[in-house]
Design a protein around this ligand. Structure first.
Ligand SMILES: [Zn+2]
Length: 254
């Protein structure tokens, strides 16, 4: 009996550590798997898209009634659909409501966006204006203008942080790269007027702490642009072109 008990103890003493190890393996399996999966997943770039206008703010309205707020939302949704999975994409508005300009910029900063793209299809100052133009922010359109503290003595430049209004100055080169790449693809894809890449004071981009551009995909106030932007295949082409520009940008600035 004692021998049997002793034998049982011997067997149990052999089995328990094995069961313990097996238990640990089983229990830790999801943990081990989760760690290895999270290590494998690369950091997805964060993109914040800003469909211009919304709600009571129609934006520009075309001769036959197409509102800018609807065109910008369609393009932003399409871009999100194309980039879904490969990138983390957020929209400043997901439906037909208006939000303040400051809140649009704040959303980009809140999500720590790698890039911020504001989408418009506005009316030109000149009634006959049409075509594609990409803006990036400049505090002043005058060439060579600098933030006031950079014009003071150099010690102040290092001791004081860049004022929020001038934060876009840090990203000027990247803004230009992003603007040119998006512009290149839009012009290649659309049969429209090329109005180039320009610097301008853009309120929505001003406080954005990342590379940021404002894309005017057309001018709804012009009948030809309105006619084009009514077509679903043109909206898709615009979205695809912007996506290609974004992808090219992240190839250059991984
Ligand atoms: Zn607009």
């Amino acid at each position: 009996m004692t021998e049997i008990l002793g034998h049982k103890r011997t067997i149990l003493s052999l089995i328990w550590p094995a069961l313990l190890v097996l238990g640990l393996v089983i229990n830790n399996a999801p943990l081990v798997q989760a760690i290895s999966l999270s290590e494998e997943l690369p950091h997805r770039k964060v993109i914040v898209l800003d469909p211009g206008h919304g709600g009571h703010d129609l934006g520009a309205v075309g001769p036959s009634g197409l509102a800018e707020k609807d065109v910008t939302l369609s393009v932003a949704r399409k871009i999100k659909e194309i980039l879904f999975g490969a990138y983390e994409v957020h929209l400043t508005r997901n439906d037909d409501y208006n939000i303040d300009i400051e809140d649009r910029t704040a959303a980009a900063n809140h999500y720590h966006a790698d890039i911020f793209v504001s989408i418009h299809a506005g009316g030109g100052f000149r009634h006959q204006a049409r075509g594609v133009v990409i803006f990036h922010h400049s505090h002043s359109t005058a060439a060579g203008s600098k933030p006031p503290q950079q014009q003071r003595d150099s010690r102040e430049t290092y001791e004081k942080p860049v004022p929020w209004d001038y934060i876009q100055g840090v990203y000027t080169v990247k803004n230009q790269v992003l603007a040119k790449l998006v512009h290149r693809h839009l012009i290649a894809k659309l049969s429209t007027v090329d109005r180039g890449v320009r610097k301008a004071p853009c309120l929505v981009l001003r406080g954005a702490d990342m590379p940021a551009i404002l894309v005017e995909i057309g001018h709804l106030s012009h009948p030809s642009d309105e006619k084009e932007l009514k077509k679903a295949n043109v909206i898709s082409a615009v979205a695809e072109a912007i996506c290609k520009g974004i992808e090219d940008y992240f190839t250059k600035h991984p």
